[in-house]
Design a protein around this ligand. Structure first.
Ligand SMILES: [Fe+2]
Length: 298
């Protein structure tokens, strides 16, 4: 018998990247293992948690007057997979449907590990059909299996996947420009991607999975940046969302400012491990105002 796999009738599976295998190992330890240790209690509790819908109104002189009142549905970090079933993900889709924002922005980590199976979720997003469109960028987890496949299935469903690029849309007779960048780990990598995206013209709104892109976005005068990635640490002090376990990030949850530019970091809808404390999953509806600097939320 030949030992050469090429002689076998079985299809040869491509070997996963080291990053994928490391992430899978973390998943086995922190998700599967933690759940088993609690007799399945953690997982059951996690699956039954519903995302909160939060409303925030942000006013800044940098936001264009012609787009005053724009309502953005911001979601992030689904981590579709073991901790985010299609049924659980549909709770977020339903929340967005109820709010009917002008556009939807998904700031990455659509999938946790494997991309296969995510098609019904992107299809459900597409069926929301917000009037100004459905936009997304890729996060670090989207790259673990295949960034190209995640981008392909989302694009084929009708979502605008912005990969170091921007696009213009018509909003009430004026041009609204939306930019997005692929996953970038360091501030320097964020800078390079944001500069590449910015070549076609400065966007009004930037989607950047990593909040570490905000310094560069603000230096370019981009009025609003939306990010995820941190999950707000998933564990935070009561009533202090900024005091959380995302130690590697100085901007890990909520609203930040540099001059008149704003960053909103959502804590996301999904999870790396089946536990959130004082940091509930959220769907965020942002209303942008042109005016003196202020912010209010419910
Ligand atoms: Fe994430």
């Amino acid at each position: 018998m030949s030992n050469n796999p090429a002689d076998s009738d079985q299809p040869i599976k491509p070997r996963r990247s080291l990053k994928f295998r490391k992430a899978k190992m973390r998943h086995v330890v922190f998700t599967v293992g933690a759940n088993r240790l609690t007799g399945g209690w953690l997982g059951r509790r996690h699956q039954n948690e519903r995302p909160l819908t939060r409303h925030i109104e942000i006013s800044t002189p940098a936001w264009p007057e012609e787009h005053d009142g724009l309502r953005i549905g911001h979601v992030s970090d689904f981590h579709f997979g073991d901790l985010m079933s299609l049924d659980k993900a549909m709770l977020t889709v339903e929340a967005l449907k109820n709010e009917a924002p002008d556009l939807i922005c998904n700031t990455g980590d659509l999938v946790d590990l494997e991309w296969s199976g995510v098609e019904p979720l992107v299809q459900a997003f597409a069926e929301l059909a917000p009037p100004l469109g459905n936009f997304m960028v890729l996060g670090n987890h989207d790259e673990l299996d295949s960034a190209e496949e995640v981008a392909r299935v989302a694009s084929e469903a009708g979502l605008h996947v912005l990969r170091d690029q921007s696009m213009s849309i018509d909003h009430q007779g004026s041009t609204l420009r939306i930019g997005g960048v692929d996953w970038a780990r360091t501030p320097g990598q964020c800078r390079d991607r944001i500069n590449a995206m910015n070549r076609d013209g400065r966007p009004d709104l930037l989607l950047c999975h990593n909040p570490k892109g905000f310094d560069q976005a603000a230096s370019l005068g981009i009025p609003l940046t939306l990010s995820g990635h941190t999950h707000g640490g998933q564990i935070a002090r009561r009533n202090k969302p900024h005091a959380n376990m995302a130690f590697a990030h100085k901007r890990s949850a909520g609203l930040y400012e540099i001059n008149d530019c704003r960053l909103f970091v959502t804590v996301g809808v999904g999870a790396w491990f089946p536990l959130r404390m004082n940091c509930p999953a959220e769907v965020v509806i942002i209303t942008m105002r042109h005016g003196p600097a202020s912010a209010s939320h419910d």
